[in-house]
Design a protein. Structure first.
Length: 69
């Protein structure tokens, strides 16, 4: 009985840890170079959301130089 419980518990832990690796991967790739918005004027990656265009494309504003694109 205890052996069955240990197997089930170890399976649950393994499943939980596999899920954490996926979560860690998602968190690490969230700020990958392809998802970082850079300012075309100064090249800074310190940008904030500034609305969107009429077709839904996001607009960004640079925190460093103030340029909005």
């Amino acid at each position: 009985m205890i052996a069955v419980f240990i197997k089930i518990f170890s399976w649950i832990i393994k499943f939980w840890l596999d899920g954490d690796e996926d979560l860690e991967h998602n968190l690490l790739t969230k700020d990958s170079p392809s998802s970082i918005f850079r300012c075309p004027k100064c090249g800074s990656c310190h940008t904030i959301k500034n609305g969107s265009t009429h077709n839904g494309k996001p607009k960004r504003k640079c925190k460093d130089c103030g340029l909005g694109n």
